[in-house]
Design a protein around this ligand. Structure first.
Ligand code: ADP
Ligand code: ZN
Length: 536
């Protein structure tokens, strides 16, 4: 039996390595650098814990684990103690005497795994501790967890991660293993560059989570839809509901509680006591629903989360994947459910436009948002799309909304042409642009004050689309925005208020010419040509 296998059985009590664990572990034990891309729940911790123990037993010294999450550090060190492994952590929660004690034990060679926050690693005091170990050949391994934090394009960006190259520069020859559950190509490039892992072998696991059923539905009345979803599909189950704002988190927690569901809020605006309390209850008690912003979840290891719901759309596919990935870590069936509507597109686009970021950053953010919008608009297998984003090819899954219930789709090309022509005519006639409501009113031939004020009832496109319902036009506009065939422009009023107006883009032409299909899921019975969409 190999030393690694022995440690797996003897220390952790597991029979077999999973997936690529063994290859990764052997590579690192032999002194190689590794970049590990493995989905949440895939078993990343063992990938550095086993080599740490094997290398220490071989007299190679302590492993330093860089982790950004204090709660996770505590959990892991606690679990390692239980398994009889000498582990410790250095972070801001330790008082001075305890810090000294840990440092002394590390220096004396009594510790196998030392967890440290990234900001700690970059201190002179910590580096001189490492210098001492290195000089005596007692620095066995560096593990960099949550390595995507080095990427400034991700929402977990931590500037201190950029400084971690010091480990490579100052302590050459000590193997490094970087791990993450975020695997899109851009992040991967950033990790390799940002951590100087050009020589590292990359281990990429499949990112498929076959037990998660993906569902994305049109947003109508999100609260009612959410309640129905929980009550019908997940009564009494633990779950997480993500939304954008703190206010919304509080409202949702209240509304769910009102409906008899045990719901707790979690966001960065709550005191750390309340956050801790709510998190502890979520972890310990059964059937708690956490309503949360994205502040919640990183490093939370609760195996039996049965659903993750999004009532607001995340920023990109990485976010969606990470958040939904918190469901079903025990491998049993779980749901990833999202409601998505026109406002999500408008809001996310606006957030990017209004952010103080550089143009390059915005361009990348837009590209990432577009990929998520493509997933949301898709009428074919969600999983195929999701995995394709991570560079994985797959076949229709049979376990997403589109596979399970191939949607009735209608061809929205005609409606799209009418909307686009109206956007054009209105601008031509009035010299200014208008928002979604007014454009739809014109297409539907509605006699409103605003229509009269601008004389828009005289436009050639006025009333051209009376056969379409407002939800239908809204759906078409959403897709046009999602695919970039319509642009958004913010107009500031003298009062200081602003609103979003619609404009044509270079992508509009393809739709007008019928080169880009506009295919919409049939929401309710309504106008439009129906075609049955074949699956596969
Ligand atoms: P990740 O960090 O990739 O999200 P973890 O390291 O927390 O995943 O592992 C997820 C779960 O799988 C943990 O409960 C862990 O103990 C378990 N696990 C990991 N590897 C194995 C294995 N080889 N055999 C059995 N269980 C494993
Ligand atoms: Zn599918």
């Amino acid at each position: 039996m190999s030393p690694a296998h022995f440690v797996l059985n003897d220390v952790f009590g597991y029979e077999q390595f999973r997936g690529s664990q063994e290859a990764i572990i052997e590579h690192v034990i032999a002194g190689g650098d590794a970049l590990v891309l493995m989905p949440t729940g895939g078993g990343k911790s063992l990938c550095y814990q086993v080599p740490a123990i094997v290398r220490r037993d071989a007299g190679k010294g302590v492993a330093i684990v860089v982790s950004p999450l204090i709660a996770l550090m505590h959990d892991q060190v606690g679990a390692l103690h239980e398994a009889g492994v000498d582990a410790a952590f250095l972070n801001s929660t330790l008082d001075w005497p305890s810090t000294l004690d840990v440092e002394n034990r590390v220096a004396r060679g009594e510790i196998t795994l030392l967890y440290a926050a990234p900001e700690r690693v970059n201190t002179d005091r910590f580096l001189s501790l490492l210098d001492g170990l290195y000089q005596r050949g007692q620095l066995g391994l560096f593990a960099i967890d949550e390595a995507h934090c080095v990427s400034q394009w991700g929402h977990d960006f931590r500037p201190e991660y950029r400084m971690l190259t010091v480990l490579h520069e100052r302590y050459p020859g000590v193997p490094r293993i970087a791990l993450t559950a975020t695997a899109d190509a851009l992040t991967r490039v950033d990790i390799v560059d940002g951590l100087q892992l050009q020589e590292a072998r990359q281990f990429v696991s499949s990112f498929d989570r076959p037990n998660i059923r993906y569902t994305i539905v049109e947003k109508k009345e999100p609260l009612t839809q959410l309640l129905k979803f929980i009550q019908n599909e997940h009564p009494g189950d633990a779950g997480v509901v993500y939304c954008q704002s703190r206010k919304r988190v509080e409202e949702l927690a209240q509304a769910l509680s009102h409906a008899g569901i045990t719901a707790l809020p979690y966001h960065a605006g709550l005191s750390s006591d309340v956050r801790q309390q709510n998190q502890d209850r979520f972890l310990r008690e059964d059937g708690i629903v956490m309503t949360a912003t994205i502040a919640f979840g990183m490093g939370i290891d609760k195996p039996d989360v049965r659903f993750v719901a999004h009532v607001d759309m995340p920023k990109n596919i990485e976010g969606y994947y990470q958040e939904t990935g918190r469901a079903g870590r025990d491998g049993l069936p779980a749901d990833a459910w999202m409601v998505y509507g026109l406002n999500d597109v408008v809001n996310q686009r606006r957030m990017i436009d209004e952010s103080p970021a550089t143009e390059e950053f915005k361009r990348i953010m837009r590209g990432k948002l577009d990929a998520l919008l493509g997933l949301a608009e898709a009428t074919d297998c969600r999983r195929v799309r999701l995995l394709a984003y991570f560079g994985e090819h797959s076949e229709p899954c049979g376990n997403c909304d589109n596979c399970l219930h191939p949607p009735e789709v209608w061809d929205g090309t005609d409606a799209a042409r009418k909307l686009l022509s109206t956007i054009y005519r209105v601008h031509e006639a009035s010299g200014i642009s208008f928002g979604t409501g007014h454009i739809m009113d014109i297409v539907r031939g509605k006699d409103t004050d605003k229509v009269r004020q601008f004389g828009h009832e005289k436009l050639s496109t006025f009333g051209l689309g009376t056969e379409y319902s407002e939800p239908q036009l809204r759906g078409v506009l959403r897709q046009l925005l999602a695919t970039g065939a319509v642009g958004l422009q913010k107009v500031m009023l003298e009062s200081g208020h602003s609103f979003d107006t619609l404009s044509l883009t270079s992508g509009s032409r393809a739709v007008l010419r019928g080169e880009q299909p506009v295919q919409l899921r049939e929401a309710m019975a309504g106008a439009g040509k129906r075609t049955r969409k074949k699956s596969g």
